[in-house]
Design a protein around this ligand. Structure first.
Ligand code: PLP
Length: 384
């Protein structure tokens, strides 16, 4: 048989899924592994989906997505971040941020173009760049997971096309200060680079207000904002996200979307619209609950000796496990085996993730308490 696509064949499977699959075969596991809300989608949003089905909304929508949904998204961004996009030409509804990332990379990149990605970072970034024919160039972040603007600048070559960032971050929970994002925007202007800003966790910002990268001086016309409903609206399975970007970029992204996806699911778009129009109080409640869990969990981790930089957003803690002398992979494997707690080794998020584990605290408080107890027992046993 002829060989399959060598670029895809060379891409390793997701390290997150590997641990999730092992954990699924074991009894009594507390999973802090998967980055997914433990909430079911709020009832009125599910009802809107059901009603859409009852109405017979089982057809395609326009390629770009329901106009009402696009209008609601751009007006929400404009109200909260004072950034304006034209719903008709600058907003496209996608099947999650995942599809948005893929579309954007295929739109921006020519073969061999480089994309600078500060790491530790979400596992899909590198593969999306590679699948689009580009080359990911990883740049480490500071020990407190802030962007190192000088390092980013040093990594720029004549082939650099874009910088891909995410704030709040998966896996670290870090939020980039507005001043650093402004420096990043200034850098992009100076070197004529695109910025791709994955803002899927924007609503889950606990300590500081979210900064939309496109709202910063100079950024609007070179920034692609990716957003979605999976996290804050607890809608992972519905598969709805969006791209907001300058019209020339979106025009081309829309062309790929038109031929490869046609549109995001109609029923899901109707549900997302309800979430955006009337779901604010539930979003606020869920975010407050994640915040409560964050405080309890991070305090617990620090108390058992896993030093944890305070995550300010998303629903991840990224404690250091260096004191144990184990690699992050060995720590995660042995913790799962000995105490049945599933976490993700930091190394899957890039070289600077080594020495850390990622724990999702989108889990009920009693389970988080029990997980901390088990992890504490595991660490004490290691020390004896
Ligand atoms: N971007 C980041 C940083 C994520 O953590 C995730 C999911 O975990 C995604 C994108 C994918 O989100 P979606 O469900 O919208 O495809």
């Amino acid at each position: 048989m002829k060989p399959l696509n060598p670029i895809v064949a060379a891409c390793p499977p997701s390290g997150i899924r590997r641990f999730f699959d092992i954990a699924a075969t074991m009894e009594g596991v507390i999973s802090l592994g998967v980055g997914e809300p433990d909430y079911v989608t709020p009832w009125h949003v599910r009802e809107a989906g059901i009603y859409a089905l009852e109405q017979g909304y089982t057809t395609y929508t326009s390629n770009a997505g329901l106009p009402q949904l696009r209008q609601a998204i751009v007006s929400d961004l404009s109200q909260r971040y004072a950034v304006s996009f034209d719903f008709a030409t600058e907003c496209l509804i996608t099947s999650g941020v995942s599809q948005g990332l893929d579309l954007v990379m295929r739109t921006l990149l020519d073969a061999g173009d480089e994309v600078i990605i500060p790491e530790p970072c979400y596992v899909a970034y590198g593969p999306c760049v590679t699948f689009a024919g580009g080359t990911p160039v990883y740049v480490p972040s500071s020990p407190t997971f802030e962007l190192l603007i000088d390092e980013i600048e040093r990594a720029i070559t004549p082939r650099t096309k874009a910088i891909l960032v995410s704030s709040p971050s998966n896996p670290t929970g870090a939020i980039q200060p507005a001043s650093l994002l402004a420096e990043l925007a200034e850098l992009a202007v100076r070197h004529d680079l695109y910025l791709v800003s994955d803002e899927i966790y924007e609503r889950l910002s606990y300590d500081a207000p979210h900064t939309c990268l496109a709202s910063l001086p100079g950024a609007r016309d070179r920034t692609v904002v990716l957003g979605g409903f999976s996290k804050a609206h607890a809608m992972t399975g519905w598969r709805v996200g969006y791209i907001c970007a300058p019209a020339p970029i979106l025009e081309l992204a829309g062309r790929i979307h038109q031929y490869t996806m046609l549109c995001a699911p109609h029923v899901s778009q109707a549900a997302a619209l309800e979430g955006l129009r009337s779901g604010e109080s539930q979003v606020i409640e869920m975010v407050a609950d994640y915040d409560r869990r964050r405080r309890v969990f991070v305090k617990g981790l620090n108390e058992i000796g896993l030093t944890c930089h305070e995550p300010q957003g998303a629903f991840y803690a990224f404690p250091s496990i260096r004191s144990t002398g184990l690699s992050s992979e060995a720590f995660a494997e042995r913790l799962l085996e000995a105490e049945r707690v599933a976490v993700v080794p930091g190394s899957v998020f890039g070289p600077s993730g080594e020495g850390h584990i990622r724990c999702s605290y989108a889990t009920a408080l009693p389970l988080l308490d029990e997980a901390v107890k088990r992890m504490g027992r595991f660490i004490s046993a290691l020390a004896t």
